[in-house]
Each structure stands twice: as structure tokens, then as C-alpha cells.
Design a protein around this ligand. Structure first.
Ligand code: UDX
Length: 434
């Protein structure tokens, strides 16, 4: 069974390499010829732990190849995974034009039966539109099936998530489609859950929105902790011991970012509202997340009062550790606010600086990128932490103390035990821990 993966972004690359690792012959393709060229030369365009090795290993074993010839790849494939982007439109809905374009391309190249699997995060009912589009444009009477197999990969642990998943949702409408997709995941059979397609599509949006809501919830609780003597980490721990709640995704901070949660929660709101459902619960969760930036910048102002001309070290730019991804990262809005107030910023991140330079290029005296966390803290009036990279938890605070002009830390990710910096004489502000 030959598999095509269309779209070599984050989801497509991990899916292509993961399916090859399960033993299938996989061809990756993309309309971005230059990107395919780079991947074919062994240059993986994103930083994701273990992905380079997984791709290289499977290319070597000749199970994985990449080609810019979309038509040929579609014709050769028995199963096609659609992994193209569904960016957000101004009204919050997902832009489905790339999915439509691929559907038409599949129709053009429908030379024999194929199973078309949507893997991109899509609104419920998208499969109906893919099916209709292929049916409308196909030039032969050839049969095809549609399936939904949403991805639940987390950036930073995507390879392991693919190979050791909690669940594999297989949304199908025919036995043939079900058997093919279940065969593909035969090695992970105990994880497969079969549903109809609408259900599979909704599971993805419902899961991400629920997790986003959980984060907004604990952030709201952290606001109460900030104004009382309660400690948000202990509150989360106490709550999480109840198995009905669970301890994960209860880490208070500066809010969720990334390519999924902010987009998916808005998309689900739009889907629900279009169906006449009151979606205010999710709208509020999203609003709480938006408000994190103001809450955090206020904390910095409480520490520094006037930000104009203050030299501020920022550690962490990625939306979470172990990735170079800055899409929807809280750091982007926080940097914008600090610059607007006239602060002078010194930035450091182990992986995400190149990406951030595209949004905020270096400006002498206003915004500098530093090659180490220690360099960033030199003569700083405050140090702020925006991503909980392990490297930061291991900082030598004595050294930081010598470098800084004022001993102030505002920690947006609760990286330190408050007692440690305080013992060294730092004023230490964090989230939901007085
Ligand atoms: C998420 C989903 O977890 C994954 O299943 C889906 O396929 C894609 O979206 P990802 O965006 O990679 O994955 O990151 P995730 O680890 O879920 O974190 C998302 C955001 O929430 C990050 O900004 C993170 O810092 C924040 N977060 C997460 C918290 O603020 N608190 C938490 O307790 C957990």
C-alpha cells in the first residue's frame, strides 16, 4: 500500500516520517518546490526533536521519499493523507482553500481507487466538502473514500506522540476505508478508535478547545492566588489529584500560544455559532487567554514602574520549550507592549531567535539578540522569563546577579522556586505565587 502525504509542514513531515517508520512506503509532496528540494537534500525546515533522524533513517531505508510532482505522487498512491494548512481567517473560521485545491488535484489524478484521509485540523463537515469536490471534478467513474484521522501531536514531542499515541481516531464511512486505515495503523491497533467522520473531526476541535479552556481556567485561578495568599501550583496539585480533573494542563503562566489552541478555539466558536449554538463558554476562555498579556505586563510595571529606557532581558521566545515555533507566542505581544512603552530589550532563546528576527529585526539600543542568557542579563534592570526552557531553570543565579543592574525577576512560567532567587536578594515576581 503506497501512501502519499500532501503538505510538508509540521504535521505532514511528522506524519510522513511516522508512517514510514511503521513500515509503509511513503511519498511526501508539497507545492513549495524549494522546500521539497531542501528536504530531499536532508535539510529539515523545522526544529523538532528526533525528526531529522527519523526522516534520514527512513529515506536511507528507501521507505520515504519526497517529490515536488504532486500529480505523479497522487497517481501512484493508494492512500492520500492531506496535511495542508488551514490558516485562520479574520472572522476566526479556518481558511479551507488549500484543502479545496488539493481535493481538485486529487480529482484530476484519480486514476484508480484511493482513500483520501484528512489529517489537517478541519471544521466538522469538511469531509463532506472534500467528497463533493472530488466527485464534482473527477473525470472518470473511479471510486474513492474519505476518512478523517486527526493529528494530536504536540510540538517538541511530536515524534514520540506519533509512535506512542494515546489514541488514533479513525473516522470512516465505508468498510473499505476503515480496513485500509486500520491496516496502516495495525502496529498500534490497540490505540485505534473507529467513529464516523463528523465525530472524528469534532474530537480534534473539542479536545484542543477543552485543553485551552483548562489552561485559561487555571490562569483565572492564578489571578485570585495573586491577590490572596493561595499558591496556584498547590491549588493545581490539589485539584489534579482528583482523577476526574487530572493534573496535566493546569500550569498557570502567560497563556497558551502555538499554531493550534488559539486557532482551534476560535474555529470551534465559529462552527458552533454558525450552527446556532451559544459558544460563550469558549469565547470567554479565549478572552481570558488574550488578557494574560495585559496581566503580565502589569506585573512588570509593578516591579519597574516606568518602562521607558529600562533595559530588560527576555529569556524565552518560543511558544513553549523544545521548539523554534513562535506562532501565536505570548512573547510576540509582550515584546510589542514593552517596545511601545519605550523599554530596551535584550532577547535570548535557545532555538527561536531566527524566527523572531523576522518579526522584530535587531535595532541598536532598542532590541538586541544575545548569544547566551547571561549576555542578555548584562546591566539589565529586570529579567523576564517567557518560556520554561530547562536551560533557564539551571541558570547560575549568582552569575546573573553580578551581571544585572537591578535584581528583579518577573517569571511568566514559574521556573524558579521563589525562595531561591529571594535568598540571593532578587525581587522575584511569578504567576499565582505571592
Ligand atoms: C497542542 C495539543 O496539545 C496537541 O494535541 C495538538 O495536536 C496541537 O496543539 P502544541 O500546540 O504543540 O499541541 O502545544 P501544547 O503542549 O499543547 O501547549 C500549547 C500551549 O499551551 C503552549 O503555549 C503552552 O505553553 C501552553 N500551556 C500548556 C500552558 O500554558 N499550561 C499548561 O499547563 C499546558
Amino acid at each position: 500500500m503506497k501512501i502519499a502525504v500532501i503538505g510538508t509542514g509540521y504535521v505532514g513531515l511528522v506524519t510522513a516520517a511516522g508512517l514510514a517508520e511503521l513500515g509503509h512506503p511513503v511519498m511526501g509532496t508539497d507545492k513549495d518546490r524549494e522546500k521539497i528540494g531542501r528536504i530531499s537534500r536532508g535539510v529539515v525546515p523545522i526544529y523538532e526533536p528526533g525528526l531529522d533522524e527519523l526522516i534520514a533513517g527512513n529515506v536511507r531505508k528507501k521507505r520515504l521519499s519526497f517529490s515536488p510532482d504532486l500529480n505523479a505522487v497522487i497517481q501512484e498512491a493508494d492512500v492520500i493523507f492531506v496535511c495542508v494548512g488551514t490558516p485562520q481567517r479574520v472572522d476566526g473560521s479556518a481558511d479551507m482553500s488549500q484543502i479545496e485545491e488539493v481535493s481538485r488535484m486529487i480529482a484530476d489524478n484519480l486514476n484508480r481507487y484511493k482513500l483520501v484521509v484528512e489529517k489537517s485540523t478541519v471544521p466538522v463537515k469538511t469531509s463532506y466538502w472534500i467528497k463533493r469536490t472530488i466527485g464534482l471534478y473527477k473525470k472518470t467513474e473511479t471510486d474513492f473514500d474519505i476518512a478523517s484521522n486527526p493529528e494530536f501531536l504536540r510540538e517538541g514531542s511530536a515524534v514520540s506522540d506519533f509512535l506512542h499515541p494515546d489514541r488514533i481516531i479513525v473516522g470512516v464511512e465505508t468498510e473499505r476505508g476503515r480496513d485500509l486505515l486500520c491496516d496502516i495503523y495495525a502496529k498500534l491497533r490497540d490505540r485505534v478508535v473507529v467513529t464516523n467522520i463528523d465525530t472524528a473531526e469534532l474530537i480534534k476541535h473539542a479536545s484542543n478547545s477543552f485543553l485551552a479552556m483548562k489552561i485559561s481556567y487555571i490562569n483565572l485561578i492564578s489571578d485570585i492566588c495573586d491577590k490572596t495568599d493561595a499558591n496556584v501550583e498547590q491549588v493545581a496539585e490539589g485539584m489534579g489529584l482528583d482523577p476526574r480533573i487530572g493534573s496535566r494542563f493546569l500550569k498557570a503562566g502567560i497563556g497558551y500560544g502555538g499554531s493550534c489552541f488559539p486557532k482551534d478555539i476560535k474555529a470551534l466558536v465559529k462552527i458552533g455559532e454558525d450552527l446556532g449554538v451559544d459558544m460563550s463558554l469558549l469565547k470567554d476562555a479565549d478572552r481570558v487567554n488574550f488578557d494574560r498579556i495585559r496581566v503580565f505586563v502589569d506585573k512588570i510595571k509593578q516591579a519597574l514602574w516606568i518602562l521607558k529606557d529600562k533595559r530588560i532581558a527576555i529569556l524565552g521566545l518560543a511558544f513553549k520549550p523544545e521548539t523554534d515555533d513562535i506562532r501565536e507566542a505570548p512573547s510576540i505581544s509582550i515584546i510589542r507592549e514593552l517596545l511601545r512603552e519605550g523599554a530596551r530589550l535584550r532577547l535570548y532563546d535557545p532555538k527561536a531567535m531566527e524566527n523572531m528576527k523576522e518579526i522584530y529585526p535587531e535595532e541598536p539600543d532598542r532590541l538586541e539578540y544575545c548569544d547566551s542568557p547571561y549576555r542578555a542579563t548584562e546591566e539589565a534592570n529586570a529579567l523576564i522569563i517567557l518560556t520554561e526552557w530547562e536551560e533557564f531553570a539551571g541558570l547560575e543565579l549568582e552569575r546573573v546577579k553580578k551581571a544585572m543592574s537591578n535584581l528583579i525577576i518577573v517569571d511568566g512560567r514559574n521556573v524558579f522556586d521563589p525562595a531561591v532567587p529571594r535568598q540571593l536578594g532578587f525581587e522575584y515576581y511569578s504567576i499565582g505565587r505571592k
